[in-house]
Design a protein around this ligand. Structure first.
Ligand code: F6P
Length: 543
């Protein structure tokens, strides 16, 4: 049984925070008026990120108590244990070393007698060499054609990270090589994704940490059948060898599926699925943006790791943001957290963060199996600005719920465009950024009015994150920032942020119910009455 976590709610700091929260009457207007140093005191730099936390609902005494709480639960010690490869994933008895995936070549980190950095760079070298072959056209399909489309087949952590980064880094993609992604077991996904593709120039990457995920294996079989049908004249073994590669920790299962072990890229059980986009799971991204750019992404992640590992807690951005989230969730009653990138390229970032944050911290027991003692994992959600402004911002501005929100923007646009109105040239990115600045200002300071429906109360907390541009390195920094925010919150709550037992029951029941869906009456009869009735509806209406 692992050591019990310190129960945050029994610490002196928790009591102090409770006292701060009692009758807490925030006034960002007053705080800004009284303290001209507030912005500089609450603005931080980590790597290329400029992070302004001055519009948070926090006072110096609250911040000091949050930092004391971090000390009293042993956050720094737990962080150091993670970086050192101790088994902080207690329920699965595993090390948690996604940070090792981005350690520079030549560094060493020995875990259980094995130099993990050497292993990481051996696989990276193979992925890079493979990417170079495909990108140069040296790798050809079974009929000798070069690869023009790469289809990643994976779900959850084996999909969301690569998709998000492929979208975010669109300006860095190679021309003439498109990536598509199949994740859902809804047959529509495979059918529509494959539509219009030429099997002769299509390469599939089957990405699955376990190589046992129903969705991924089903889609992989569908794609294999599609390929073999399309390349009917070719030798099937040769066709699969030239058009299928795999990424997994279970290389034996990859071989059983019929994929040549030479075309498989491994990783390790100390990389969690939702922390794996920088492992070989990122192969589709390496193909799209090239090894050099992928290495920049890794370097950006490493820069944030170093910030998290070495910066004193009071200036440590992931620590501060994680602690503020605990303050909002456990003391001010926030149930959700919005992420609002002012960047169309980041449109899948909120979806990516949903798995990272909610699969990590959506838990009701602590790492020793005891019940949590405070509210845990918020519901994370978001959409890119300015689309969100015309949809749900009404609730954030005037609703009855507290919705802490992270606003993210970049000084330089990926696609600069000028509009022209009455002969005057307008930089559209500047118009876009004006919205970014306006929203956090409106949320913080509000507006008075004699008409109640025109009142904006203000005091709605935001964090503003800016960077010079959305480069691979900056994207890496953002991903690592949120990984460490998630970790910080998990440690305060005593949660194992690296297991995901809550996804198991639904998977098991789907397997068990499946025969009933196909007409097995005895299995149907074993179900509860509602499920029986739903299955009956399906059987009646299925054409
Ligand atoms: O069902 C949840 C999950 O286990 C995630 O944690 C994981 O990212 C996803 O399924 C896919 O798993 P795999 O990479 O093993 O196919």
């Amino acid at each position: 049984m692992p050591d019990a976590p310190v129960d945050a709610t029994t610490t002196a700091a928790w009591d102090t925070l409770r006292a701060h929260a009692d009758g807490f009457a925030p006034s960002l207007r007053a705080w800004f008026a009284e303290d001209p140093e507030r912005v500089s005191a609450l603005t931080f730099t980590s790597a290329d990120l400029h992070v302004d936390l001055s519009k948070s609902l926090v006072t110096q005494p609250v911040l000091t108590s949050l930092l004391t709480l971090a000390e009293q639960v042993g956050l720094a010690e737990r962080r150091d244990a993670m970086f050192a490869g101790e088994h902080v994933n207690a329920t699965e008895d595993r090390a948690v070393l996604h940070t090792a995936l981005r350690l520079p070549e030549g560094s060493t980190l020995e875990v259980d007698g094995q130099d993990v950095v050497a292993d990481v760079h051996e696989v990276l070298g193979r992925v890079y060499a493979f990417a170079d072959e495909v990108r140069s056209g040296a790798w050809t399909g079974a009929t000798g054609e070069r690869i023009r489309t790469v289809v990643n087949i994976g779900i959850g952590g084996s999909d969301l990270g690569p998709v998000m980064a492929y979208e975010a880094l669109a300006p860095y993609r190679m021309d003439g090589l498109e990536c598509r992604f199949i994740s859902n077991i809804d047959p529509t996904d495979a059918a529509t994704t494959l539509e219009g593709l030429d099997p002769a120039s299509t390469l599939f990457i089957v990405s699955s940490k376990t190589f046992g995920t129903l969705e991924t294996l089903t889609n992989a079989r569908l794609c294999k059948a599609w390929l073999l049908e399309g390349l009917a004249g070719s030798d099937p073994t040769e066709a699969v060898a030239k058009h299928f590669v795999a990424v997994s920790t279970a290389l034996d299962k990859v071989a059983d599926f019929g994929i040549d072990p030479d075309n498989a890229f491994g990783f390790w059980d100390w990389v969690g699925g939702r922390y794996s986009m920088d492992s070989a799971i990122g192969t589709s991204l390496v193909l799209a943006i090239g090894p050099e750019r992928f290495a920049e992404l890794l370097a950006g992640m490493h820069a944030m790791d170093e910030h998290f590992r070495t910066t004193e807690l009071s200036r440590n951005v992931p620590v501060l943001m994680g602690l503020l989230n605990v303050w909002y969730a456990d003391f001010l009653g926030a149930q959700t957290h919005a992420v609002l990138p002012y960047s169309q390229l980041m449109h899948r970032f909120p979806a990516y963060l949903q798995q990272l944050t909610m699969e990590s911290n959506g838990k009701g027991v602590r790492w020793d199996g005891t019940a949590v003692t405070a509210g845990t994992g918020e519901v994370w959600w978001g959409e890119p600005g300015t689309n969100g402004q015309h949809a749900f911002y009404q609730l954030i501005h005037q609703g009855t719920r507290l919705v802490p929100a992270d606003f993210i923007a970049f000084a330089n646009p990926a696609y600069p465009l000028q509009d022209s109105v009455d002969g005057e040239s307008i930089d559209v990115h500047e118009l876009f950024l004006a919205n970014f600045f306006a929203q956090t200002r409106a949320l913080a300071f509000g507006k008075d009015s004699d008409e109640p429906y025109r009142v904006f109360t203000g005091n709605r907390p935001t964090a503003s994150i800016m960077a010079p541009e959305l480069s691979p390195s900056v994207l890496g920094q953002l991903v690592a920032l949120y990984e460490h925010i998630t970790f910080t919150q998990g440690v305060i709550w005593g949660i194992d942020s690296f297991d995901q037992w809550g996804v198991e029951l639904g998977k098991q029941l789907a397997q068990q119910i499946s025969p009933a869906v196909s007409g097995d009456e005895s299995v149907a009869a074993e179900q509860d009455l509602s499920t029986q009735s739903l299955i009956a509806y399906y059987r009646k209406h299925r054409r």
